[in-house]
Structures are given as structure tokens and as C-alpha cells.
Design a protein around this ligand. Structure first.
Ligand code: AMP
Length: 302
């Protein structure tokens, strides 16, 4: 089953207590597609500028990632700069330069229009919806990420897009902001009225929680001695989650639970090194071994 992603391809400047990088390849769609490509074929929709070289593009080569939908436009690639606090839980955005992203109007190449698994990474909800309009048949699963900027500035457009979404994948602060509820279970009930039937809450070092109908499922974050760079952890989680679901071809309760584990596995690898360094060098055997480790980590008898 192929998987479609629309979102940012970017250059990032990152500062964490473990180091600093002035310009590394990043972007939500980049992290997502590299993570998901360990499970399934990925169709990428995004935009880059003239400064995006063949060398940058090589991140997608030799993987199951189709870049026919990666448009090249005059101007510079989207640039984001962020700095993490000492405990790595808080992040300050220092710069967001939209560049070619400012006039982005996603266009799906013909072969992408039959995709049944879709991930709408964090972009303008109107653009997210325009992708859904171009899909020819009803997708099996549409998952969406968003952020405070869209929750505050374009609430009506976001609500409209949420009506067409089955899985909402956001962090705890965004969950509270979107629902106006502090308690996450009550927040989930509120969000289900907006369209999604599954809520996946990414909670950084506290792991991830899924609320689906009357079921709640929690996965811890993988215990690591050192986290180098949390950038892209959420998108890598989403890539592991959706990549697994698309490869399974179903989304039963058991599949969703396994997807939570594979999401956590990919998120945990992403933070081990700077930028995409660890994620791009992964082996499927390492993913499987860490998934088994997760099973052991959470096993107990009563
Ligand atoms: P995450 O750490 O999972 O939230 O994702 C970080 C990635 O999102 C970085 O590589 C950034 O390039 C990208 N990013 C940051 N801000 C935005 C934005 N406003 N729109 C789209 N992508 C963004």
C-alpha cells in the first residue's frame, strides 16, 4: 500500500545542550518519509528552492521514496531555526523563513492520486485539504498534524480539514489548546466531535498516548542515556506509525497499537543524533530489535 505525505522540506538551524548545527537538512516531510520508507513506499509532495542541491536530494535516493511530487521553485528553501532548553522539553523557534513555501500550492502527480494512506504534515489546513481534494478515491486512513499557529490563526479552516481526518497526531499542548480541555481524555472526547476517530498524543520524553473509541493505549519513550536533538521526533514518530499501518494494509485496534510502537521506535532513533543523521543510517533489523525491546519494556504479569 502506498503512502502519501505533504509537508515541509527544509533547512534547519538547531541548537541543543549537546551541540549546534547551522544548516542541516530537515522538514516534517523529510523526517516522515525517511522514517516511513523503512516500512513502505512513500510518495512525497513538497517544495524546495534553487539552493536545494543534488547532494541534499540524495537523502531520498536508494529508499522507497518517490519525489515526483517534490516541486523545485525559484527562490530559497524553507528555513527554520530552533533552540532547545537544558532539559530538552521546551523549544524556542528563533526563525521561520517561508521562502518558496509562501506560494506553495501542492499538486499531486497522477500516480499519487490513488494513495490510500495519507499524512498531512503540519502546514496550512487549506493546503492540507487541497491535497485531499486531488485524491481520486476515498482514502483508507487520513492522518493530520498541526500546531498552535494554525489552531490560533485559522480555526475554521482547521475544523473543516479535521472533518475529513481519521487520525489526529499532535502533542499534549496542542491537544489542550484545540479542545480547550486540560484533561487529555476529556480533550479526546471533544476532538472526536470534530471528525477524527483516533487521537494520538505525542508527549516527548513521556511517550505517546492513543485514544481510540473507548480504548486508551500508552507507549513510553524509549529510555536513552543521551538525547542529542529532538528535532523531527514527532514527524519520525508519524512516519513509523503511518508506514507500519500502510504496510499492514489495515487499521484494526491491534494494528494501531503496533503502529504506536513502531512510531515510538522511529522517534527514539531520530533523537539519538543531530538532524537526520541517525535516521538515514538505520537498518530494518535495528528497528525490529528495538520494537522487541519495547515489548519487553512494557511486559508484566498480574
Ligand atoms: P518536529 O520536531 O517533529 O516538530 O518537526 C521539526 C521540523 O518541522 C523541522 O525540521 C522544521 O523544518 C519543520 N518545521 C518547523 N516549523 C514549521 C512550520 N511552521 N511549517 C512547516 N514545517 C515546520
Amino acid at each position: 500500500m502506498s503512502l502519501l505525505v505533504v509537508g515541509s522540506v527544509a533547512f534547519d538551524a538547531i541548537e541543543t545542550p549537546r551541540g549546534k548545527a547551522d544548516r542541516v537538512l530537515g522538514g516534517a516531510a523529510t523526517y516522515f518519509s525517511v522514517a516511513a520508507s523503512y516500512f513502505t513506499h512513500v510518495n512525497l509532495v513538497g517544495i524546495v528552492g534553487e539552493d536545494f542541491t543534488e547532494h541534499d536530494h540524495s537523502i531520498f535516493r536508494g529508499r522507497r521514496i518517490d519525489t515526483l511530487g517534490l516541486e523545485r521553485a525559484a527562490g530559497k528553501t524553507f528555513f527554520w531555526a530552533g533552540k532547545y532548553s537544558e532539559n530538552l522539553n521546551d523549544r524556542t523557534t528563533l526563525a521561520t523563513e517561508l521562502n518558496v513555501f509562501a506560494t506553495f500550492n501542492p499538486r499531486l502527480p497522477e500516480p499519487y492520486r490513488k494513495c490510500e494512506y495519507i499524512f498531512l504534515a503540519n502546514i496550512d489546513p487549506t493546503l492540507q485539504r487541497s491535497v485531499l481534494h486531488q485524491v481520486e478515491r476515498k482514502p483508507k486512513v487520513v492522518a493530520l498534524d498541526t500546531m498552535n499557529y494554525w489552531i490560533e490563526r485559522t480555526p475554521a479552516e482547521l475544523r473543516e480539514t479535521l472533518r475529513h481526518t481519521q487520525i489526529l497526531m499532535i502533542n499534549d499542548a496542542e491537544t489542550r489548546q484545540l479542545s480547550d480541555e486540560h484533561n487529555l481524555l476529556r480533550a479526546a472526547k471533544h476532538i472526536f466531535k470534530l471528525g477524527p476517530s483516533t487521537l494520538v498524543i505525542k508527549r516527548g520524553e513521556y511517550g505517546a498516548m492513543m485514544v481510540h473509541a473507548n480504548h486508551v493505549f500508552c507507549v513510553p519513550a524509549f529510555p536513552l542515556e543521551e538525547v542529542h536533538d529532538p528535532t523531527g521526533a514527532g514527524d519520525s514518530f508519524a512516519g513509523g506509525f503511518m508506514g507500519y499501518l500502510a504496510s499492514a494494509g489495515r487499521a484494526s485496534e491491534a494494528d494501531l497499537r503496533r503502529a504506536m510502537v513502531y512510531g515510538s521506535v522511529l522517534g527514539s532513533f531520530a533523537v539519538e543524533k543531530f538532524g537526520l543523521e541517525r535516521l538515514r543510517a538505520l537498518k530494518r533489523s535495528e528497528i525490529n530489535a528495538r520494537a522487541r525491546h519495547f515489548a519487553k519494556l512494557t511486559q508484566f504479569k498480574l
